[in-house]
Design a protein around this ligand. Structure first.
Ligand code: ZN
Ligand code: ZN
Length: 373
């Protein structure tokens, strides 16, 4: 393992977890809610540092309460202590409804996270938990805060990207040995874990030859052969934060169409990255990619959006696509990942994850775009 990478993984800088509750609280007035019940585990992690698989979080003007069960007594206390989040902790399996209702008793209007509450749960909250209060749907409050990464978060994402870069650098010559897609995907996943990833950030995509025409192909038993383009889309998780990168590798001699696809998509991707800057509308980043591909005559072969935010989730705000209404701002972390997919022939996608900075953006992913294995 690169000693630099190991050292960076061992000494990740702190994140500003403690300040997040205050920033969320500042939004409650605009939402006209007196208290918020946070049910998304990712959002609870963001606000408190707690990583368990079951919890509820109550936020009001003067209180934050994390409720979880006996499996997490020690972990929850440790993680709240480590993050410095200003939250009380209640451990209960059976009394969660009572504890939460008490914490929100003075709230006339109780906000729920609309994107994270099922229809059944909404009925339960409105009918049984808060029968005398107004239950209000809120949307994207914590996700809006999560868009803008602090230095500690960026360090984790950079480390995750570095793990993925190192894994690919180590393994790419093996594409010449004729592994199956599934074998190569397994090697990538194992190598990322060996280099310090908690896990892959999503199911690794290894799509060779004609399979590359399917943007989200699953690794198959197909053996990678000379003349193939191989789309490799993968990422690592470090301390909860994801990386995301795609490279398309050309194994041996490729035909003229494949070479042209590589050239066009690489140019489109560079145009998209060049467009990323604070104040830029996400639709314009999408358009910058799309224009290069359209000029090559392949407008219809670019069948998905240009990118997405990345963070604790592999896909988060903001979206970068033809219908996005986001305006990029400093601290946003987004992918730029145009592709061209020709059914029966194959596909090319090139993806970097970039941080929006005052000057424009800087990439977190650094693997070479030279298509040689
Ligand atoms: Zn990706
Ligand atoms: Zn992506």
């Amino acid at each position: 393992m690169s000693t630099g990478l190991a050292a960076r993984l061992a000494a990740l800088p702190p994140m500003d977890v403690a300040g997040r509750a205050g920033r969320l609280r500042a939004l409650l007035g605009d939402e006209r809610v007196d208290g918020l019940l946070v049910t998304s585990l990712t959002n609870i992690r963001y606000l408190t540092g707690f990583t368990g698989s079951s919890a509820l979080l109550v936020l009001t003007a003067d209180d934050m309460l994390l409720v979880t069960d006996g499996r997490y007594t020690e972990q929850a206390a440790d993680q709240l202590g480590a993050s410095g989040a200003p939250a009380r902790l209640e451990i209960t399996g059976t009394e969660q409804r009572r504890v939460v209702a008490e914490a929100l008793a003075a709230a006339g209007r109780v906000g729920l996270e609309a994107e994270h509450v099922s229809w059944a749960a909404q009925r339960r909250y409105a009918g049984e938990w808060f029968p005398d209060q107004v239950v209000v749907a809120t949307s994207g409050l914590v996700e809006g805060l999560r868009r803008f990464k602090d230095e500690g978060e960026l360090a984790r994402m950079a480390a995750a990207a570095e793990v993925a870069d190192a894994a690919l650098a180590e393994l790419r010559p093996r594409l010449l040995d004729g592994p199956t897609e599934a074998e190569f995907a397994l090697e990538l996943d194992a190598t990322m874990r060996r280099l310090g990833a908690t896990r892959p950030s999503f199911e690794t995509i290894v799509a060779s030859g004609p399979n590359g025409a399917r943007p989200h192909a699953r690794p198959s038993g197909r053996r990678i052969a000379t003349g193939d383009l191989v789309v490799l889309d993968f990422g690592a998780v470090v301390d909860g934060y994801c990386s995301d990168m795609t490279r398309t590798v050309a194994v041996g001699d490729i035909d003229a169409t494949a070479a042209r696809m590589l050239e066009v998509v690489t140019a489109a991707q560079a145009a998209g990255v060049a467009a990323v800057a604070p104040g830029t509308e996400a639709v314009d980043v999408d358009a910058a990619c799309r224009q290069v591909i359209a000029e090559a005559g392949w407008a219809d072969a670019f069948t998905h959006g240009t990118g997405h935010g990345v963070g604790l989730d592999i896909h988060e705000a903001p979206r970068v696509g033809t219908t996005s209404d986001a305006v990029l701002a400093v601290g946003d972390v987004v992918t730029v990942e145009p592709g061209v997919y020709l059914p029966g022939h194959g596909g090319v996608r090139v993806e970097d994850t970039v941080v929006v900075t005052a000057e424009g953006c800087r990439p977190l992913t650094h693997s070479t775009k030279d298509p040689a294995p």
